[in-house]
Design a protein around this ligand. Structure first.
Ligand SMILES: [Zn+2]
Length: 263
């Protein structure tokens, strides 16, 4: 497996997205670069596919599909979304469990509704499901008309995200290969850290509502200790995603504008 960091417009601290070459498969060609050109030229790429279609993962799909004359794959049921993001009609579709060349697709929604991981032996290519440091964006809907801070805003689903992390934990892979940043060689510890982080945030959000916070702004102020002013919009979208989950679980009433505790 070969990983090539592609500079992208991304929120990730590295400012790059990892494209992966795994035998005959090219995963997340985030853009065209000389390094990726060279790597692709050294093998027969038969399959082009992405973990999800956020703009920082798809910039090179059309180009590499063309120069490699490769089969372009999309998640079944998400073809329209794939075409909108890549400008390419997929040749074939996959579902969880489908074999694509050397890879097997694993459904892992949450960060995005079409998000998948790809299994390769003991390794998992995990897209934006995990990162070695910090946490990934799982952003809910905002109803105040604020502009989107991130392409993920409005489509994050914390419940799905936690299920996906637990699915990963159960598979017990040897290594995780994320869409941004370095390889993770202690998967279970990192997955556990990300689950705990998410549940701790949820507890803070629920506490804030119980303590009287009603608006998204007030709940956000109460749920973060650190100064989030530079990423305010994203922090509020993150809190909104937690409120959606708490509402779905009947812990809090949340209509997109106002939160109320439920007894
Ligand atoms: Zn993403």
């Amino acid at each position: 497996m070969e990983s090539i960091a592609v500079p992208t417009e991304t929120m990730a601290p590295e400012g790059t997205t990892n494209a992966y070459l795994v035998e005959s498969a090219l995963v997340d060609p985030a853009g065209r670069t000389d390094a990726l050109d060279r790597a692709v030229a050294q093998r027969d790429v038969d399959h082009v596919l992405v973990t999800h279609v956020h703009p920082d993962h798809v910039g090179g799909v059309a180009h590499y599909a063309d120069v490699c004359d490769a089969t372009v794959w999309a998640r079944a049921g998400r073809e329209r979304r794939f075409v909108d993001a890549t400008g390419v009609e997929p040749d074939r579709t996959f579902r969880g469990g489908t074999r694509v060349g050397p890879l097997t697709a694993v459904d892992t929604p949450g960060h995005a509704p079409d998000h998948v991981a790809f299994e390769y032996g003991e390794a998992l290519l995990t897209g934006d499901l995990v990162v070695a440091e910090g946490s990934v964006v799982v952003a809910g809907r905002r109803t105040d008309g604020e502009g989107a801070a991130h392409p993920a805003t409005g489509e994050g689903d914390v419940r799905s995200y936690l299920v996906s992390l637990r699915r990963l934990h159960a598979r017990d892979p040897a290594t995780l290969h994320p869409g941004h940043g370095p390889v993770i060689d202690d998967p279970r510890a990192q997955i556990r850290r990300l689950i705990d982080h998410r549940l701790a945030r949820e507890e803070r959000v629920a506490d804030a509502v119980r303590s009287g916070a009603r608006t998204l702004a007030d709940v956000t102020d109460a749920a973060y200790d650190k100064d989030v002013s530079s990423v305010r919009s994203l922090a509020e979208a993150t809190v909104a995603a937690h409120l959606e989950k708490l509402d779905a679980e009947s812990a809090v009433a949340w209509d997109g504008r106002r939160a109320e505790p439920r007894s």
